[in-house]
Design a protein around this ligand. Structure first.
Ligand SMILES: Cc1ncc(COP(=O)(O)O)c(C=O)c1O
Length: 472
């Protein structure tokens, strides 16, 4: 029989789940003690014990004669906070462990909660298929490329420039280099402005592939504390670049991976100015810029750059299809170095795909698709937050992403997500352990979940199984 202890913990967990997921909002009254006691078949003292635990955690407050209410600070408190990071740069060594995690996550029967990949049902595949057929027939010359020096298609360059016209500083056609994916864009940009042994400032926690790039290029990572709401700390970046040489700053200002934070415009402006003054090149990954949950598309740091110092990298992997493998760099004053790196790396980018993308971007279908996709990702992230709140321990903190489709989860100190990973795979659930988001091995009690798939009962059950392993 379930002990009284477990029962009150269970009730506390259920109630905190509802609060953290936003289904009971700040200021709202919880069901009365009597009602909870009657409906959950628990003694009054068990219910009170659960409510006291929520009070201790700052989630609810008792008001005399009126009952229990969700505290206004409850939702914010449930987010992880930025942590202090090592003061100096460190070498990176994540690749081996990361490859293992990503390989095990695609084993048959494992729920896809690791890599940040969207469900193909969310991608406009039928429209892209039709365009591939049509473009190949209408433009036979596309299979007759005559040069490897510059294969960028003018029709695509034009569309990319037009899409940025709403920004304070739009992209210029002559600074663009079309790439095979965002990964290639990041790699070319890094190689254009760094030499082995250099230091690169990165977000902490930050996207693991960026750490992998630093590792393979022999670069050191300087971890800068990053806040789940406002992104990389400008104060910390300022301090870090005051005395030591930092060759580049690599970050995701719009819907960062893994935190989902969007840097406020004022911070973007400060970052653009500070880095230009100190000679630190900025490599900005804007892959989630179109996938914001707020009304307006956030501007990238690039929009505030007056010195040509920001290289904006992106791709259509999260919005149209990861299989297109197409992206670009708007490289500012580093354009010629980036173009050279592109030539020696892969020559050019498939012209057929470039024209397909240009025609899709030109059609009204693209705006409609993006509008629906943003809502789907937002729904999926909310459903995953609610599932984590339901199934993970009460003390769990969860981010409130402002865009994108990953969730960062901070577990009680004693949980080791690296040690737990093999058992999770055996139980048919994948995730990315937190330590892979840090060059210095921080965040061992954290993990990242992919919310790129519709929240089906199978996904809910996978989250439940993971929660069970964590609480065991
Ligand atoms: C921030 C960020 N940048 C880049 C990528 C990779 O993009 P691509 O598939 O275009 O190389 C990802 C994918 O997870 C990502 O999250």
């Amino acid at each position: 029989m379930e002990s009284e202890l477990l029962r009150y913990e269970r009730l506390a967990e259920d109630l905190s789940g509802v609060i953290v997921a936003g289904n009971l909002r700040p200021g709202e009254r919880l069901p009365s003690v009597r009602r909870l006691s009657r409906e959950r078949r628990l003694s009054i003292s068990t219910v009170l014990q659960a409510l006291h635990q929520l009070e201790d955690r700052g989630l609810v407050e008792a008001r005399p004669q009126s009952g229990y209410f969700v505290r206004h600070a409850a939702a914010r408190r449930a987010q992880p906070s930025a942590r202090s990071t090592p003061e100096g740069p460190v070498p990176v060594d994540v690749s081996q462990r990361l490859m293992r995690v990503l390989q095990t996550s695609i084993l048959p029967g494992v729920a896809p909660l690791a890599a940040a990949l969207p469900a193909s049902s969310l991608m406009p595949l039928a429209a892209l298929q039709r365009l591939y057929g049509g473009v190949a027939r209408r433009h036979p010359r596309l299979l007759e490329a005559s040069s490897h020096i510059n294969m960028d298609e003018p029709a695509l360059v034009r569309q990319l420039v037009l899409r940025s016209l709403g920004w304070a500083g739009p992209l210029a056609a002559d600074e663009l280099v079309i790439t095979n994916s965002c990964t290639e864009a990041l790699s070319l940009s890094l190689r254009a402005v760094t030499s082995p042994g250099d230091t690169v400032a990165v977000e902490s926690p930050g996207y693991y592939l960026m750490l992998q790039l630093l590792e393979t290029l022999g670069l050191k990572a300087l971890e800068i504390p990053t806040d789940p709401r406002s992104g990389m700390s400008i104060e910390a970046l300022d301090l870090a670049t005051r005395e030591s040489r930092v060759a580049a700053c690599l970050l995701v200002a719009n819907a960062s991976n893994p935190l989902g934070s969007i840097m406020p415009d004022e911070n973007k402006r400060r970052l653009a100015r500070l880095t230009a003054e100190r000679g630190v090149a900025v490599i900005e990954d804007d892959i989630y810029g179109d996938l914001h949950f707020g009304r307006e598309r956030p501007w990238p740091i690039k929009a505030f750059d007056t010195a040509g110092n920001v290289m904006l990298c992106t791709s259509f992997s999260k919005s149209l299809s990861p299989a297109l493998r197409i992206g670009f760099v708007a490289a500012g004053r580093y354009r010629s170095q980036v173009a050279l790196q592109k030539t020696i790396t892969s020559g050019g980018t498939n012209p057929l795909t470039q024209v397909v993308l240009a025609e899709y971007l030109e059609s009204g279908a693209c705006q409609r698709h993006l509008h629906g996709l943003r809502r789907s990702y937002e729904r999926q992230v909310a459903a995953m937050r609610a599932a984590v709140a339901r199934h993970f321990p009460v003390a769990t903190r969860i981010t409130e992403p402002q865009g994108g489709f990953v969730l960062w989860v901070e577990l009680p100190e004693e949980v080791d997500t690296t040690a737990l990973h093999d058992r999770a795979i055996t139980a048919g659930v994948s995730y990315v352990p937190g330590e892979l988001f840090s060059a210095s091995g921080m965040y061992r009690n954290c993990l990242r979940l992919n919310c790129g798939n519709p929240h089906t009962p199978d996904i809910e059950d996978a989250v439940r199984r993971l929660g069970k392993l964590i609480t065991a």
